[in-house]
Design a protein around this ligand. Structure first.
Ligand SMILES: Nc1nc2c(ncn2[C@@H]2O[C@H](COP(=O)(O)OP(=O)(O)O)[C@@H](O)[C@H]2O)c(=O)[nH]1
Ligand SMILES: [Mg+2]
Length: 263
């Protein structure tokens, strides 16, 4: 069955990850998972952060992010990983400034040739926005061995001939967990020498608003014209967000901002 034909399940807020914030970290890297809809981006993230897996399609309204912190080579490395929704091809990446993204995880589905063809465009767009960002190419759903449709030679060919450097290629399975931790560990190790710490003020307003909608999604669905909408509408810049949060310490804005800062 084509995974794209599966019903979309709206997760309740309660079933989402509870943050266990660790205050101290040495490095904070901002990463973004890109690729066509249905390739398994959200599943990859869920396996890594929650060590869980679901057969259902995981709906993402806009972008959502998760944190995970690990000890890598004696350093506390915190990854802020953004999950994008790829419904509209290649648009999520280009619609806003992506400055401050250290690494893109470009995902295609090993059982779907179209997603492999598309992943090149996803990377092109990412590189346009963020020429310095590292690129990690991921062939997902490696457990579906019999359905594998993308030839190794095509993948090697792409990596060898790309006009930018692909830092690594990894085949993963969110279902079995194969290579998932390895991917993120390798990425962290690879980013460490960059020794650039992304501060949360690299956040764009779009990212902030998407994270806000995700955090309060069940309330948002129930009543889209609520106080929340008013609160969001008056935020015109990240400076507004900071100021509002400063003056309304219990507000949703402040809570989302704190979560984004890993507090
Ligand atoms: N067999 C298999 N199915 C997967 C794997 N990862 C994701 N899927 C399935 O592919 C579908 C789309 O996954 P999802 O993570 O929502 O894709 P996204 O749109 O890229 O975020 C879902 O039905 C998942 O259960 C995997 O590693 N193995
Ligand atoms: Mg998704």
């Amino acid at each position: 069955m084509n995974p794209r034909n599966k019903p979309i399940v709206i997760l309740s807020k309660e079933s989402k990850t509870k943050e266990t914030a660790t205050p101290h970290y040495d490095y904070l890297f901002k990463c973004k998972v890109i690729g066509d809809s249905g390739v398994g981006k959200s599943s990859l993230l869920l396996r890594y952060v929650d060590d869980s897996y679901t057969e259902s399609y995981i709906s993402t309204i806009g972008v959502d992010f998760k944190f995970k912190q690990n000890l890598i080579q004696g350093k506390q490395v915190k990854l802020q990983i953004w999950d994008t929704a790829g419904q509209e091809k290649f648009r999520t990446v280009t619609s806003q400034s992506e400055r401050g993204v250290h690494a893109y995880i470009a995902v295609f589905d090993l059982t779907d040739q179209v997603t492999f063809n598309d992943v090149k465009h996803w990377i092109d767009e990412a590189k346009k926005q963020d020429p310095e960002a590292r690129i990690f190419l991921v062939g997902a759903k490696a457990d579906l061995v019999k359905e594998r449709a993308v030839e190794n030679s095509a993948i090697n060919n792409f990596i060898d001939n790309a006009s930018y450097e692909i830092d690594a290629y990894v085949e993963t399975s969110a279902k079995t967990g194969e290579n998932v931790n390895e991917l993120f560990d390798m990425m962290s190790k690879n980013l460490l020498p960059a020794s650039k710490v992304a501060e949360p003020n690299h956040l764009t307003l779009d990212e902030f608003k998407s994270a806000y909608r995700e955090q309060y999604r069940s309330e948002f669905f129930k009543n889209p014209f609520s106080q929340m909408k008013k609160e969001l509408d008056r935020l015109q810049s990240m400076a507004d967000v900071e100021e509002y949060a400063e003056h309304h310490k219990k507000s949703r804005t402040a809570q989302v901002l704190n979560r984004l800062k890993g507090k």
